[in-house]
Every structure is written in C-alpha cells, then in structure tokens.
Design a protein around this ligand. Sequence first.
Ligand SMILES: [Zn+2]
Length: 240
Amino acid sequence: MDENMKETNRFITMLTNGWETDEHVQETTRDKIHKALHIIDPETFTMGDGTDLYALCREILQSKSFVLKHNYKCSQCDELIESEKQMYAWWYVNSNKRTQISRLLKNEWSNKVQNRMQCPSCHGQIIMTTQFNKKHPPLICISIGNENVQITASLSIKFFEASNSIKYRLCGIIYHGGFRFTARLIDKNTNTYYYDGMKTGPECILEGKFNTIENMYELDQRKASTLVIHYYNDSMTVGW
Ligand SMILES: [Zn+2]
C-alpha cells in the first residue's frame, strides 16, 4: 500500500489498515469510522439516519497539509501575488457541455493567464499555476455536478512545476439514489466490478471491461455521484 495514503489522515489509515488485515473491511471498518465521525460531529453523522455524502467526503478526504495550490505569479517579475490552498482531496466538477472528466480536470489544473489581474509592482501579466503537494494526494474524489461530465477510465495530468507526468486512475464510481449508495470498482486492467453491500455482501461481481459497459452514468437506476481516482506510476504496485 502506498505510504502517502496512510499519512493523509486517520480515516484513510483506518480504511487501509482494515483493507490489509480484515476480511470484512466493509462492515467493521465502516462501523469504526462511523463512530469516530459521530464523535466529531454528532448532528451531521447521526448513528441512525443516512449520511450526507458531501459531508462524508469532506471529512474522510481532508488533509493535514495542502493537497493542491493555485499560485498566481507575475510572468515578468516573478512576484507571487497570492495562492489558494485546497486542503481537501475532493472536487466538484460541472460542465455546460458534454466533456470528458479528464479534459475538465486538465483545464482546471493547467496554467492559465489571468486577464483580469495585473501585477501590483510591474503591471505584468499574472499566470495561475497549479502545484500539488510533493506527497501526491493518493486518493481524490470528484463530485459530478451534472450528466455533461463524461466518465473516462484514465486521467493523466501533467504539471508544469515538476516537469513530469502525474497520473491518476479511476478506481471507483459511487452511485446514489433511493437513499442508498452502490458502486463500481475498476482495477488496473479496467475490469469493472459491481458492488452493492445489501445485495452481494462483501463480494464484487465482475461486469466486464470498462469500455464494454454501456451506461457508466447509471447503475440500477442510481446516478453516478462521485468518482474515486487513485494516484499511480507504472513502477509502483497499487494495492487496489
Ligand atoms: Zn510583476
């Protein structure tokens, strides 16, 4: 298991430890995390009722240090104007026309000239760059705003700063509807599995290759709400 993963926060540690040591990670680890969340915020994370997926993602995917920074720099004098820190490995993505998720993220994370900003020292052009934490966030969740966001199996993101390519791979899709969540899990070879704890227990059912599945946006009349993407490089063995 990727060591960066465990360092993200204690919930990720609980999940990864559970995955490595416990055969029934889905039930026992979920209960442990549920109790811990209830102690932090008993109103949001009640012991009886359902849980808000947004609130859950926010807690589970928060990071001790920044995950991503947008730096605004002057292209002429190099002055750093300001930076925005993102402390959650969790994004909301929306689109007004049909676009692949990889394209939307690339657009969001690639360098952009800021036409409305000017350097206060030299009136130079301001450029926004994206900087990821050196400990690449191993797991990022993306909330899908609408059906225009097309789900694709791989995401390759290039960073200007590091001058090397950082890749994320789609490893899960969470579907929501009728007060329940189900999921599809995608392995490194794009085998896609169906998971519904209530129907299939701890088993995942193989559906086929990712590109043979007709409607990635729906599963049992539930709609895709969140994508889980995982950092990887080719020399590294990813645990899931
Ligand atoms: Zn300047």
